[in-house]
Structure formats: C-alpha cells, structure tokens
Ligand binder design. Sequence first.
Ligand code: SF4
Length: 373
Amino acid sequence: MRWSGQELQTEQAGTLPGLARLNNLVRSVTTPEFAGITFHEVLAKSALNHVPGQSQMPFGWTINPYRGCSHACSYCFARPTHKYLDLDSGKDFDNEIIVKVNVSEILQKELAKPGWGRHPVALGTNTDPYQRAEGRYRVMPGIIAALANADTPFSILTKGTLLRRDLDLIAEAAERVPVDLAMSIAIYDDDLQQAVEPGTPSTKARLATVSAVRDKGLDCSIFMMPILPFLTDTTAHLDEALRQAKAAGATSVLYTALHLKPGVKDWYYQWLARDHPELMPRYRAMYTTTYAPKDYRKWLAARIKPLIRKHGLERAPEDPATGGVRSAALAQSQPAQNQSAQKHLGLLRTDDGERPRSLIEEELPPELAPTLF
Ligand code: SF4
C-alpha cells in the first residue's frame, strides 16, 4: 500500500503554527479510530539518519518513520525531539504524530546510490515504528522490503504487537540479510505498566509477540529498559520478569536503569508526583544529572546479573551508536546472500521451474522488480 492510497476520514483545517511552517506538510488529519490523536503527514526529504557513534562503533544508521509516539511512556527519552516544531514534549509528543508517508520510496532511492555501504540500519531507537499509527499507514513493510532488497542488515526494537503482522516478511528478509529483533518489556506489574506506559500493549501481549517471533525461527531479545528505581528494581520483580522472558522464548535480555534528561524529567515527575508522591524526595536526591548515580547502577548490576544467569538468558549486546540491538551483521564481513536466500527471493527457479512467491517483491514498486530476477 502506498501513502497516497490512505483514506483518512477528517481533514483538520488548522495545523499547529510550527507545523504550518513546514513546506513538506501534506495535511493534518484526525480519524475516529484514533480519538485524540492528530496525524501530520509529511513528505520526508531523507529516510536514513546518520548517528555519530562512540569508541569501536564509529557511527550508526537509523530510520524513524514517525516522530512522536502514542505509546505515551512517561519516561520516553525521545520527548524533547518534539520541541522542534513548537510542539511540547508532554501531551503533544503522545498525540501529535508526524508521519513520513513517503519514507519507503525515499529510502529506496537512498539505498540505490552507489556509495551506500550496506551498513546495519536500526529501527525503533528514537520512536516506535510499530506504534498504533503503523496499523493505519503501513510504512514498515516497504522499509523492510527496501532494506532486504538492498542487502542491508537491520534491527527493529519495539513495544508494538503489530510487529506480528510483518513477521512473514521479516522472516523472508532474514534469509537474505542479518535481522535483529527486540521487544521492549520492562514492567511486569500490570497496573504499574498501564500507568507508566498508557498507550502500549500489555506485557502479556508483548511477551506473546516474542513467542510469535521465536515461532518463526528468529531470535528475539527483550529490552528491560528502563528499570525504574524503587518501583521495578526489587529482586522479586526482576526475577519474575526474567522468568516470564525466558518462558516466552527470549534469546537474550538487555537492561539499563532509568535516564531522565531535561525535557523528560518534568513529564516523568508529573506522573510520579501523582501516583507515587512518597518517592519524589528519593528521586530528586538521585537524579541530579541525567543518569542514575554510578553506585545505583553498580548495585543494580550486582542484583540482576545473577538472575539473568539463573534463568539461562544471555545479556544482549547493545549498539553504542544507536542504542538498539547490536547487529549480528557487525560480526560478518559481508551481508548474508546465500543460495537459499536467493531462492526464497525468487532469484532462482525451483526444481519445477516455478518461481516462489516473494513478500519482499510484493512490497517493492514495479521498477525495482527487475533487480529480483
Ligand atoms: S514506545 Fe518507545 S518511543 Fe514510544 S513513547 Fe514509549 S519509550 Fe517512547
């Protein structure tokens, strides 16, 4: 499905001032299906973002089809990015969603440039690519197909159970390029989870998605991020979280303590003051900078590492450049491109001469089809 084929039901007459300055804004729309949310459809000028890296990982590449996120996690570190168009990092971040409706078309052009180095690309490191809007706009299949067709490894980190919709396509892509999947599931107390992450699918539904990924024969990490001090850092909670992660089939886990950078801290503190006022003094004493104090992080590591071992889970490697899963492709000199992948993609004929159906091919525009034969 192409963006121009989308049918939203109501066109909003007035856009917000910052958005109105955009010369690539197509329209701002609301729809009864998404009460309280406005989608601002823009034509992206680029799809691939170059992310400066650190140490042994000099840089990374990311794609963010959406800005803002209706998953509405109160601790979301991406909130300040919404201020760039006079939108606030609180409610506007949750409800005013920028949709790059042409992202897969732009991506195909960028990946076709002779200089593209087929570096691993991370999805879900800023805002969630499988947030609810994706059910409407369906931009991810085109992105996945474009990356696989360009022999470009990729990773996806999400809280969205909508990932299941694309698992056949992702499994096909994984036959051609390294693909790393991770579900973000940090809170295993239903009431707390709904209070802190009110727009997200339940923990149970996300764990079921991990199992669905594993049923397709793909690995799936669980990101226990963030661990919330004094709320989810008890031995009982961590132990139960890891037990459920293992039972769902997670192949590895990654954890980190809550970060609260400016623009996020105020919003999180609003929630904390409302739901757990007794914790405010401890948080204020603890978060004098963005990061939890070193002593706390050491204490947390000493508590969780034996539990990770106890449950037979591995600690997943993190990509220091993007904050996502470290791509398995970084351990390989060249992206996988073997005969079975070619056969799956339709590059080779089957024994009876029939070319098997390719989901990747179906997501690509006709002009790219010749590259598949
Ligand atoms: S799902 Fe991720 S991007 Fe979306 S609000 Fe939560 S933390 Fe932010």
